[in-house]
Write a protein that binds this ligand. Structure first.
Ligand code: HEM
Length: 138
């Protein structure tokens, strides 16, 4: 997965030829697009027995709000992420590389469902790649 994300980073750099007026946030579908993508991720998590147990005690509406904020801010949208750091919020959950891959796959499916271009998908995944070290084996 790490190798895959590095590959994706390279693709994302190559994809930087977009018109400067088109932000990644716009290419993810703006506010509605980001909300739909987060809802797709949550639905993927809910139906995935390999990771759903991590969220047994999680306040899901709050988690949804924070993910929307985070995705929106990362993509250059008009939001500010108000949650905890990735290191802080994932410590103690024993998250493995397989868990990380599972969540990323739900994100990819959600973006595909939302008809996000491959270039925009790769660009967004490349932004999440550096979080791997703060999420896994904490
Ligand atoms: C790049 C990948 C990931 C991103 C961007 C991400 C993002 C977030 C965000 C924004 C929060 C809310 C922080 C807060 O409570 O203030 C959060 C919490 C959480 N994440 Fe992740 N996460 C990622 C990967 C994962 C993975 C792979 C798992 C497990 C399969 C996971 C499990 C959790 C859990 C259980 C919480 C809630 C903790 C609680 O209830 O307090 N995350 N994550």
């Amino acid at each position: 997965m790490v190798k895959y994300l590095l590959f994706v980073t390279t693709l994302a750099l190559a994809a930087c030829q977009h018109s400067p007026e088109t932000t990644l946030y716009q290419r993810l579908g703006g506010e509605t697009g980001v909300e739909n993508i987060v809802d797709g991720v949550l639905s993927g998590i809910e139906q995935d027995p390999s990771i759903v147990h991590h969220f047994a005690d999680t306040d899901i509406p709050r988690f949804r709000r924070l993910l929307i904020e985070q995705f929106c801010e990362l993509a250059g949208g008009p939001c500010r992420y108000t949650g905890a750091s990735m290191q802080e919020s994932h410590t103690g959950f024993q998250i493995t590389q397989a868990h990380f891959d599972a969540l990323v796959n739900h994100l990819i499916s959600a973006m595909q469902q939302q008809k996000v271009s491959i270039e925009a998908q790769n660009e967004f995944l490349a932004m999440l790649a550096p979080m791997y070290k703060d999420v896994v084996y904490r």
